[in-house]
Design a protein around this ligand. Structure first.
Ligand code: SF4
Length: 477
């Protein structure tokens, strides 16, 4: 999702004649499009902020500051009295917003009657965290909501930038369709990430996402298909449909079918689906449609019914197994990956064994293992004390990793002899990194006579397998 959001920020800024670079050294402004799903993500950003050259300006948006807005409890007398205001939920429907929040003085001179639904809050007014960070790091210039991206030209003018932009301001965040020339987040990318909905209503007990934005909103099918078409007429070969619960979109199956019909498409993927919202028709498409990747990432989180209930996930381990059976019964090999959280409050050894049981049953190709860390403001944080010690959490993670390694080796062994279409993901001095249509990574030693570019599609035959990696040889197309 951050890729898709960043692409939209980039689309609006290039429309204001900013130039985009991924080279920090040559940049003047560094934009942090933040994530706060785990505490680790926030810690990483805090660390990176300190490393930024003080001559460069920093803008920060999205999850980390939006959810922290709710949790800020700054009592310093230095704070302006109106500071705790903030609108960070929902869309602002206006063409003529008032933008406030640049200085503490400005906030305090505001007449409360001036604060209407047409006010955009930035910096101090948007989030007291700005006040704290700005004192340590003077080069932070902008704090704002992601949903105000469409208003960036006006926000920047308010900050003193002399800019021009040639689009009408409507704040239809969902309608910022990145144009083909400025969507990719690097120069060669052939993958377009298309959000089909925004936000999440599921309120899993441990998750911060529902607190970072507003209630879920589905984008119209026609708009999604239009965006896919725009990408495919130019540089794009692979479409990834995105949302926190991507298959909950009421038209999801139709969207998949319609995108599959589009000219120029080589691959279609989507992430992340939720077990409860799969339909037999969607699963069947994986069997019949060769361009729909033979891979399903399905986050199960736990194999214990007690833990799943505490997490408010809405399914049981028996239903998870039945779902795995339905995938395995398709007449096409589908790789399955999942997310598991270890050390959720009160997770007993028996609960963990039930998770191991699910993991062995699922024979997953990859498990993204998260060690539970409480996220302030969530139901779990308020109601379930984080009572599993760090040593136990780590031991459970290591135990899962051991099983994963073994399964990955067994699954990869079955790939030997298969012909797969792979896409070159990235290249550095020593290696090339690839992934197959079933989302397995291939790494090779770079060779000078190797005439393949990043984002090329190539057919390869798998010749050797180790855990998490496949080796290959090129097959003539
Ligand atoms: S489905 Fe649950 S875990 Fe996923 S984003 Fe929504 S609340 Fe978070």
């Amino acid at each position: 999702m951050n890729y898709a959001d960043s692409a939209r920020i980039k689309a609006v800024l290039t429309n204001c004649w900013f130039l985009y670079t991924e080279n920090i050294e040559e940049s003047d402004i560094i934009i942090f499009d933040t994530c706060s799903v785990r505490q680790k993500s926030e810690d990483k950003i805090t660390g990176q902020l300190k490393e930024i050259n003080p001559n460069k300006k920093i803008w920060i948006t999205w999850c980390m500051i939006q959810h922290n807005l709710r949790n800020q409890k700054i009592t310093s007398k230095e704070l302006p009295e109106n500071l705790k205001r903030g609108n960070f939920l929902g869309y602002l429907q206006t063409k003529n917003p008032e933008i406030i929040g640049i200085t503490a003085d400005e906030i305090n001179t505001l007449n409360k009657n001036q604060l209407t639904h047409e006010t955009i809050w930035i910096n101090h007014a948007f989030n007291p965290l700005f006040y704290t960070l700005k004192k340590k790091q003077e080069n932070i210039e902008l704090f704002r909501r992601i949903d105000d991206t469409w208003f960036l030209p006006l926000i920047l003018q308010k900050l003193g930038y002399q800019i021009q932009h040639d689009q009408e301001v409507t704040n239809e965040y969902s309608k910022i369709i990145p144009e083909w020339f400025n969507t990719s987040m690097n120069n060669h990318k052939k993958t377009a990430y298309i959000p089909i909905s925004s936000w999440c209503n599921q309120f899993c007990s441990y998750c911060i996402v529902p607190y970072a934005r507003w209630l879920e909103k589905h984008y119209p099918k026609e708009q999604i298909i239009e965006e896919a078409k725009r990408h495919l007429v130019s540089w794009c070969k692979e479409i990834v449909l995105l949302w926190q619960i991507v298959n909950k979109h009421p038209d999801f199956v139709d969207i998949v079918k319609d995108v599959l019909k589009l000219e120029g498409l080589e691959r279609l993927r989507y992430t992340s689906p939720y077990p409860n919202f799969y339909t037999p028709e969607l699963l069947k498409l994986h069997e019949t449609e060769s361009k729909l990747c033979p891979h399903i990432h399905i986050p199960f989180q736990s194999g214990s019914n007690t833990v799943l209930k505490a997490m408010r996930r809405g399914y049981t381990s028996e239903q998870a197994k039945e779902f795995i059976d339905n995938i395995r019964n398709l007449k096409r090999d589908i790789s399955i990956t999942t997310d598991i959280i270890v050390g959720y409050p009160d997770e007993t050894e028996k609960d963990f064994q039930e998770t191991l049981d699910l993991v062995k049953y699922g024979k997953f190709d990859m498990i993204y293992i998260g060690i539970y860390s409480p996220r302030p403001g969530t139901y779990a944080h308020k109601n379930h004390p984080d009572n599993i010690d760090r040593k136990t959490k780590r031991a459970r993670r290591d135990n899962l990793n051991e099983i994963l390694k073994k399964t990955s080796q067994e699954n990869n062994q079955k790939e030997i002899g298969q012909i797969r279409k792979i896409i070159v993901d990235k290249k550095d001095e020593n290696n090339m990194y690839w992934y197959t249509d079933n989302m397995k990574q291939i790494i090779i030693i770079n060779k000078s006579d190797f005439k393949i570019n990043v984002w090329d599609f190539v057919n390869v035959r798998i010749i050797k397998a180790i855990p998490f990696k496949l080796y290959w040889e090129i097959v003539e197309n």
